[in-house]
Design a binder for this molecule. Structure first.
Ligand SMILES: Cc1cc2nc3c(=O)[nH]c(=O)nc-3n(C[C@H](O)[C@H](O)[C@H](O)COP(=O)(O)OP(=O)(O)OC[C@H]3O[C@@H](n4cnc5c(N)ncnc54)[C@H](O)[C@@H]3O)c2cc1C
Length: 474
């Protein structure tokens, strides 16, 4: 019996993946050393950042597309579940094999196939960390913009499958905006190739866009062609406090008339500020109702000029305690406040239910105000921070994992927050995806006809329902 705060977990049925003949065939495909079955060795592959464990029956590590094809053909023949896994740091349980079967680890598929500085693309396998990819292209003076905070652990395959975001989204978009083409093995073991190596490509349906964010439910990505940009020469950051969240968020629209497009605009609410001060004593103003952090990039002299303009705009709009970085070191220090949030919050509960709702950015103050009301009503501490520039706010409800009542109250807050976000013109996830954690709430955000289209697409790619079952649709 497994336990989950997100659904009524049942004892897992043993699937055909455990049959000796299936395990023998898997060993024949990838080599005996690349099939794990010992309980203590498969256990780490049963969870992700949600921190609930549902160990698979086996973990298999292919090294090529050809091996992936064989694995999926076998899974279709014997009808056992297959869950693809990247770095295993997803926030919605996407890589967790809640219905058993095998986990396909992409760790051995971590090669960079080509970096093309002339045509501004990189071709790579899915098992590379975001960081390793960024480091590799940086040597050519190039930038791969998607920057989930988990970039040192998350894999490119996982980023694409979750359509991950990050701080640089206001300027550079989310992962799908940097994906030119994909090689994908479908559930039936067909290899499909989507998109290509060019920014312009309007041939047929946009299957690249469909695979981005498909959470390993339509196919397994075995190769990606990703868009690159010239690496900006410099970055600078300006941080300011505001009396209220309304004031902080009003500034977001003041940059455009000055011709500015900051790459990051992050907001921190008063509960986070209190928690940070209690733990780290940065000397943040006691009367600050919000902190806004704005970053720009580009050529060095242009960056300095733009940072000065941002400082002026923040001041003119009631910002105080304004700090502008002049060196990389100073810039890092300004971001320390943002990095201190998560560890500071753990004082308020043993379980942090971290949601990532999204609303039109003008609605962020209303979202935060009403989420605070929801928290008060359910006697649950709530702290908000996140990507104000694109309206994607991390709403954190703190509760005690061992106290069922406190968890139930936090979960009531979650449902109301999802409904609120949709009513404000937004949705229930900006970047973390659905997985099993948000599956019970999908119909709050997606209407029935649209859901039926999604389910029909799933059926086309995966007629036997073997890829990542138990996710997204309940
Ligand atoms: C501290 C922390 C900070 C984070 N910050 C951010 C952030 O700023 N922005 C953000 O968007 N997210 C963030 N996340 C969430 C998470 O890191 C991202 O969702 C990330 O993209 C997951 O990558 P992964 O390689 O760990 O994927 P996994 O967790 O391994 O898998 C995620 C999903 O992708 C599927 N998948 C994995 N590989 C493949 C493949 N090759 N083909 C098909 N499907 C595949 C899995 O089946 C699963 O459904 C954060 C998480 C943590 C723990």
């Amino acid at each position: 019996m497994y336990s989950s705060i997100h659904f009524n977990a049942k004892p897992r049925a043993v699937t055909n993946a455990s049959k000796p003949e299936v395990l023998e065939k898997l060993r024949a495909i990838v080599g005996a050393d690349n099939v794990l079955v010992d309980p203590e060795r498969v256990e780490p592959y049963g969870g992700d950042a949600v921190k609930e464990k549902f160990p698979p029956e086996a973990v298999v590590f292919p090294e090529s597309t050809a091996q992936m094809v064989e694995i999926l053909k076998l899974a279709n023949e014997y009808l056992f579940p297959v869950t693809a896994r990247g770095g295993g740091v997803g926030y919605t349980g996407g890589a967790v094999p809640i219905e058993g079967g095998i986990v396909v680890g992409t760790d051995r598929m971590n090669r960079i196939v080509e970096i093309n500085a002339d045509d501004l693309y990189v071709v790579c396998q899915p098992g590379l960390t975001t960081y390793a990819l960024q480091q590799a292209v940086e040597k050519y003076g190039l930038l791969f913009p998607p920057d989930p905070a988990s970039y040192k652990d998350s894999y490119i395959g996982g980023n694409i499958a979750e359509n991950a975001g990050g701080m640089r989204t206001p300027k550079y978009g989310v992962t799908k905006h940097s994906v030119l083409g994909l090689e994908v093995v479908t559930a039936t073991g067909e290899v499909i190739r989507t998109g290509g190596r060019t920014v312009k490509n309007v041939v047929g349906f946009d299957l690249t866009g469909l695979i981005c964010g498909s959470e390993g439910m339509l196919g397994i990505i075995t190769e990606a062609t990703l868009k690159l940009l010239p690496m900006p020469e410099a970055t600078a950051t300006v941080r300011a406090s505001f009396k209220t969240m309304e004031e902080a968020c009003k500034v977001l629209t003041r940059f455009t008339p000055e011709g500015l497009l900051p790459m990051a605009m992050e907001v921190v609410d008063r509960n986070c500020i209190g928690a940070i001060e209690e733990n780290f004593a940065f000397g943040l103003a006691a009367d600050a109702g919000a902190i806004l952090i704005v970053a720009v990039d580009g050529f060095r002299d242009e960056v300095e000029k733009n940072a000065i303009t941002i400082e002026r705009i923040l001041k003119a709009n009631n910002g105080f305690d304004i700090l502008r970085s002049k060196t990389k070191d100073e810039e890092n220090k300004l971001w320390d406040v943002r990095r201190a949030i998560s560890p500071s919050l753990m004082k308020y509960g043993t379980l942090k239910i971290n949601e990532d709702v999204v609303v039109p950015r003008s609605k962020v103050p209303e979202l935060i105000r009403r989420v605070e009301e929801i928290g008060r009503r359910h006697q649950t501490f709530v702290a908000n921070f996140g990507h104000a520039g694109d309206g994607n706010i991390h709403v954190n409800f703190m509760c005690d994992r061992a106290d069922a009542d406190s968890v139930a109250r936090a979960r009531a807050c979650v449902k109301e927050t999802f409904e609120l976000s949709v009513n404000l013109g937004g949705s229930i996830s900006g970047e973390h995806g659905i997985g099993y954690v948000k599956a019970p709430y999908l119909d709050i955000a997606v209407d029935r006809p649209t859901l039926e289209v999604m389910k029909a697409i799933k059926k086309v790619f995966d007629p036997n329902g073997i890829l990542n079952p138990g996710k997204m649709f309940v």
